[in-house]
Design a protein around this ligand. Structure first.
Ligand code: PLP
Length: 416
């Protein structure tokens, strides 16, 4: 980044500091990862210079000899990896991808049914503060108060009652796999389209570590930057019957020119995700999450649903007498980065909730295995048991830095 250093030393310095932070901290934010150097090179390429409104073979600008091939490769790789009939790789991110689906199939005021935001749904699944809850009639389903699990019978009751046009399965904070066959039954019973938002677990689906929604869903959306380990972007995958409606909704319905540098990086990430190495990575994400969950359960933590079978854990800290925010800030000072999060039926406010959310995708990318996850669990317990002990936080931060120095993070090898 020699030119950047000369042209804009302030930004250069901030990027450098962020590189060091990512190298030296244990990153447990469930939606984050480390992309490869190859993905970063594609993201930072000259493809950012090109406009290409339209789709391969049908553009509004000339000079698409190479861009068409890039986008076609990304589409082909996504189809093969997930077994999808049609793929649109142009959504700028996960939120516009979901909006494009609504634009394709709904009129303002139509009903959608998704998981409630405080129970692990995403803003774009109908939260009142989001355009998805303002422009559409959004209904939501909750988790079971006793078990923290989805109760498919109550989802069915709700669906039969409100008759949504789109039923949404998918989440940002549910630590269990979803029963897509059951969601399909419910969608069929109430006459809805089934949208699966697999943003969080698409890397697990790609690597065979999570059931695939593709035999059941009408439309699947995913971000590309979480467990799938690609650039910040998104895809919509669907049955051929919906291809025209989806493509029209993305462009010209919602967006202008696609971000071709991102499209190329998505293609690279999809190639990486098609390898045996990635299958092993996906399996290790789940193994690592379980190892951390078991350690925390052993220390008396209350994990929502009692554990995990994907990449994430949600912990209710009420019994530990510490709020999510205090815990997250103390852990950050100790070099362990995660986010505070609402838990189902939380009595506290969203900006100061009772829980924390943890994920294993990023640390697994740097090669952590079960032993390191157990160690992380012990550190988390020590910090949360004594959140005002800043001397202990500094000691753990030093130990975290030492551990991280033995596990080079992808894309940051030049710092090791
Ligand atoms: N869908 C789900 C399930 C998500 O968790 C997220 C982001 O966290 C999104 C959609 C939105 O993605 P983005 O932040 O890229 O708009």
């Amino acid at each position: 980044m020699h030119s950047l250093q000369q042209r804009d030393p302030e930004i250069f310095s901030l990027i450098q500091q962020e590189e060091v932070r990512q190298k030296e901290k244990i990153r447990l934010i469930a939606s984050e990862n480390y992309v490869s150097k190859a993905v970063m090179e594609a993201t930072g390429s000259v493809l950012t210079n090109k406009y290409s409104e339209g789709y391969p073979g049908k553009r509004y600008y000339e000079g698409q000899q190479f861009i068409d091939q890039v986008e076609s490769l990304a589409i082909q790789r996504a189809k093969e990896l997930f077994g999808a009939e049609h793929v649109n790789v142009q959504p700028y991110s996960g939120s516009p991808a979901n909006l494009a689906v609504y634009l394709a199939f709904l009129n303002p005021g139509d009903t959608i049914l998704g998981m409630a935001l405080p129970h692990g749904g995403h803003l774009t699944h109908g939260a009142k503060v989001s355009i998805s809850g303002k422009y559409f009639h959004a209904e939501s389903y909750a988790l079971d108060e006793q078990t923290g699990l989805l109760n498919y019978d109550t989802i069915q009751e709700k669906a039969m009652d409100c008759k949504p046009k789109i039923l949404i399965a998918g989440h940002s904070a549910y630590p269990r796999v979803l029963d897509f066959a059951r969601f399909r039954e419910i969608a069929d019973a109430c006459g809805a389209l089934l949208l699966v938002d697999m943003a969080h677990f698409s890397g697990l689906v790609a690597g065979g570590a999570h059931p695939s929604p593709f035999p059941y869903a009408d439309i699947v959306t995913t971000t590309t930057h979480k467990s799938l380990r690609g650039p910040r972007g998104a895809m919509i995958l669907c049955k051929e019957a919906h291809a025209a409606a989806i493509d029209k909704a993305v462009f010209p319905g919602l967006q202008g020119g696609p971000h071709n540098n991102t499209t190329a990086a998505i293609a690279v990430a999809l190639k990486e995700a098609s390898t045996d190495t990635f299958r092993n990575y996906a399996a290790q994400i789940v193994t690592n999450a379980r190892a951390l969950a078991d350690t925390l359960l052993g220390k008396g933590f209350n994990l929502v649903t009692g554990g995990t079978d994907n990449h994430l854990m949600l912990i209710d800290l009420t019994s530990k007498e510490v709020t999510g925010k205090i815990a997250a800030k103390a852990l950050d000072a100790a070099g362990i980065v995660l986010n505070y999060n609402a838990v189902p039926y939380d009595k506290r406010k969203p900006f100061d909730p009772s829980g924390i959310r943890l994920g294993s995708a990023a640390v697994t990318s740097r090669g952590f295995k079960e032993a390191e996850m157990v160690q992380i669990g012990l550190w988390i317990d020590a910090v949360i048991s004594n959140p005002t002990n800043t001397a202990q936080q500094a000691e753990i931060a030093a130990a975290v830095k030492e551990l991280c120095s033995r596990f080079p993070a992808p894309g940051l090898e030049h710092l090791m």
